[in-house]
Design a protein around this ligand. Structure first.
Ligand code: NAG
Ligand code: NAG
Ligand code: NAG
Length: 538
C-alpha cells in the first residue's frame, strides 16, 4: 500500500479517519511541510485507538529548527488523559498478551512494509521538526525499521529452554511471557529510530505500550502510530501521551506500568532510573556519552579523515554516538590541517535543501550552549582550528546553525572535554602512545562508543580488549550494532541490567516462567488399546 494515497495528512493530524479520496481536503503526505506551516496543527493524543485533541490548557510550540517558525503545537496531557491512556493499555493487555504469537508477528510483518513504503514521508516530518538533513532523516527511519524487521523474528526470539530428565521422569522447561504495560520516553535526536527501539519490541512480546515522544519532535511518532494501527494493532495496544516533567513522573509512578525504557540526558536518565526502580519497575536508561576516536599513525589517512568528519559533524553532532573527541597518536597529528580543510568543505544548510551536510541544532538554547562551550575551550587554552560560530546560512538567518568546529590542544581537565557538547564540535587531544590514549578513555566517565583507526590487527585487538567501553568500532566510526545484537553502552552511559533490542531487549520485555514436572513412568496408562498386531484365530 502506498501510504500517501491512503490518508489525508490533515485528517490524520486532526484525528479524523477520512480516507484520502473522500475527505474534503485532499492533502497528500508530501504536502505535509507546507501544511504544517500554514495550519500549525495541534498534535493529538493517541488514546484507545483514537487520535484525540487534548483538553489541556498548557501547550508547547514546535519549531522548525532551520527557521524557528512555529510548525505545530503539542499539549502537556492532563492527569485524566494520562490515566485514560494507561487504563487503555491495561485493558488491552488482557487480550493482547493472549493473542497468538503468530498473529502478533503478522502485524509487525505488515508494519515493517508500511514503514518501508513511507520512509521518505517519515523523513520529511523528521527534517521539519528536528532539522537534520533529509538523507540523515531517512537513515534515522531505516535504523528503526531494522529493529521492526528484527521484531518479526519473535517466533525464534521468544523460545524458552528445556532440559529433559533432570532426574528420573522429571523435566524442566521455561516459557518467556510478557510483563504487562510498558512505557517508553524518547529524546529529540532520533524521532524514528529510538521510539522504534522501544514499542515494537515491547509489543511483539505481548506487552501493551505507553509512549511519550519528545515534545519537540512528536510528529514522527504520531505517523508511526497511525501506521501501526493500519497494520492491524488492536485499539489500546499502543497509547501516546505528550508532555514534560509531569508526564515523566506519571510514568515513573503509575503502578500499572511495569517497565520503562529511556534514552536521553544524564540528569533525566538518573532521575527516571531512581524513581522508576524505587517503584519496583524495570528501567533501562541510555544516557549521555563522550565517544573517542583514536587515530593511529598507521591508519589509512583518506578513509580515517573522511570517517572522522562524517561522524563528528553528521546530524550536527546531535547523536549520542557522535565521534566528538579524537585522540591523534604520534605523528598522525600532522593530519590535522587536512582534517580542517575537509571539515570546511561541508555545506551548512536547512535539512531539506539539496546538498546540505550539516543542519541546524534543535533550539536557540542548544545553539547558545554549544557556542559557550566552544568559547570555554578557547578561554581554557585550546586552539580553535575551525570556528563554526557566526556561520551565515542564506535564507535561514534565524535558524539554529553552528558550522563544523575543531578545537585542538585540548586536555582532559577542560570543560569542552568534560561536557557532552552535542553539537558539531570535534575536540582533539594528542597522545604519544596507544597506552596513553587508552588511559584517557578509561578515565572518562562515559562508556557509550569508541573507535580506533589503524591498519594493524594487533593494535586493534589490544585496543578492543583493554578499552572499557560498551561499543567499539575498528575503522568504523559509529559502531551502533544491528538489532540482532544489543545496544551495549556501559559505565556512566547506562543504568539498568539489560540493554536495548537484540537478545537483551527481549529479556527486558519478558519474564520467565519455569515449570518442573514429573510424570512417573509407572503411572503411564497401561490399559490402552492394544497396538500390537491382532493375532486372531489363535
Ligand atoms: C475533553 O473533555 C470532554 C468533555 O469533558 C471529554 O468528552 C473528552 O473525552 C475529553 N478529551 C480527552 C482527550 O480526555
Ligand atoms: C485467551 O484466548 C482464548 C481464545 O483464543 C480464550 O478462549 C481465553 O479465554 C483467553 N484467555 C484469557 C485469559 O483472556
Ligand atoms: C549512546 O548513543 C546512543 C545513540 O546515539 C544514544 O541514544 C544513547 O543515549 C547513548 N548512551 C548510551 C548508554 O547508549
Amino acid at each position: 500500500m502506498e501510504y500517501r494515497h491512503f490518508n489525508c495528512i490533515l485528517c490524520l493530524l486532526r484525528g479524523t479517519k477520512a480516507l484520502f479520496r473522500s475527505c474534503p481536503h485532499n492533502y497528500r503526505f508530501s504536502q505535509v511541510v507546507a501544511l504544517h506551516v500554514a495550519a500549525a496543527p495541534t498534535t493529538k493524543l493517541f488514546i484507545d485507538g483514537k487520535f484525540v485533541e487534548s483538553n489541556s490548557s498548557e501547550w508547547l510550540d514546535i519549531h522548525n529548527p532551520a527557521t524557528n517558525e512555529v510548525v505545530g503545537r503539542v499539549p502537556k496531557a492532563t492527569q485524566d488523559e494520562m490515566l485514560a491512556a494507561v487504563d487503555s493499555c491495561s485493558r488491552a493487555y488482557k487480550s493482547w498478551s493472549n493473542t497468538s504469537i503468530l498473529s502478533r508477528q503478522q502485524i509487525f510483518l505488515r508494519y515493517q512494509q508500511l514503514i518501508k513504503d513511507n520512509i521518505k514521508e517519515l523523513a520529511k516530518m523528521i527534517t521539519l521538526e528536528q532539522g537534520k538533513t533529509l538523507a540523515d532523516a531517512e537513515g534515522d527511519v531505516f535504523r528503526g525499521l531494522q529493529v521492526v524487521e528484527h521484531a518479526c523474528s519473535i517466533t525464534s526470539l521468544m523460545l524458552g529452554e528445556t532440559l529433559p530428565s533432570i532426574t528420573r521422569d522429571m523435566d524442566t522447561y521455561t516459557y518467556r511471557l510478557p510483563i504487562g504495560v510498558c512505557a517508553g520516553i524518547a529524546p529529540f535526536n532520533f524521532p524514528a529510530m529510538i521510539p522504534l527501539w522501544m514499542f515494537p519490541i515491547g509489543m511483539v512480546c505481548g506487552n501493551t505500550y505507553l509512549m511519550k515522544p519528545s515534545e519537540r519532535v512528536p510528529g514522527c511518532t504520531m505517523l508511526l502510530a497511525k501506521m501501526l494501527q493500519d497494520a492491524g494493532a488492536p485499539d489500546g495496544t499502543l497509547n501516546i501521551i505528550h508532555g514534560q516533567h509531569a508526564a515523566v513522573n506519571f510514568i515513573c509512578d503509575h503502578p500499572a506500568i511495569k517497565a520503562i525504557s529511556f534514552v536521553g540526558s544524564n540528569p533525566a536518565g538518573e532521575h527516571i532510573y531512581e524513581r522508576g526502580s524505587k517503584n519496583g519497575k524495570r528501567v533501562q536508561s541510555n544516557m549521555g556519552a563522550k565517544n573517542h576516536g583514536v587515530v593511529m599513525p598507521d591508519a589509512s589517512k583518506e578513509n580515517t579523515i573522511n570517517q572522522l568528519v562524517g561522524a563528528a559533524f553528521g546530524a550536527a553532532g546531535q547523536r549520542c554516538m557522535a565521534l566528538s573527541t579524537a585522540i591523534f597518536v604520534g605523528e598522525s597529528r600532522e593530519w590535522l590541517p587536512e582534517l580542517v580543510e575537509r571539515s570546511k568543505s561541508l555545506r551548512v544548510n536547512a535539512g531539506d535543501q539539496p546538498g546540505a551536510d550539516v543542519g541546524p541544532l534543535i533550539s536557540p538554547e542548544a545553539k547558545a550552549r554549544v557556542e559557550s562551550l566552544i568559547q570555554s575551550g578557547v578561554d581554557e587554552g585550546a586552539k580553535l582550528l575551525l570556528d563554526g560560530r557566526n556561520v551565515n546560512v542564506k535564507g535561514y538567518e534565524n535558524g539554529n546553525f553552528v558550522g563544523p568546529t575543531i578545537l585542538s590542544n585540548v586536555s582532559p581537565s577542560m570543560t569542552c572535554y568534560k561536557e557532552e557538547i552535542f553539537g558539531p564540535v570535534l575536540v582533539v587531544l594528542e597522545a604519544d602512545s596507544l597506552d596513553e590514549a587508552i588511559s584517557v578513555i578509561n578515565n572518562n566517565p562515559y562508556g557509550n562508543g569508541t573507535a580506533i583507526f589503524t591498519t594493524n590487527g594487533a593494535t586493534a585487538r589490544k585496543y578492543t580488549h583493554e578499552v572499557d567501553v560498551g561499543q567499539i568500532g575498528v575503522n568504523v566510526p559509529i559502531p551502533v550494532p544491528l538489532p540482532m545484537f544489543s545496544f551495549t553502552g556501559s559505565r556512566g552511559s547506562f543504568r539498568g541490567d539489560t540493554n536495548f533490542y537484540g537478545k537483551q531487549g527481549i529479556q527486558f520485555y519478558t519474564q520467565i516462567k519455569t515449570v518442573t514436572s514429573q510424570w512417573k513412568a509407572e503411572d503411564a496408562t497401561v490399559t490402552s488399546p492394544a497396538v500390537t498386531m491382532p493375532t486372531m484365530g489363535r
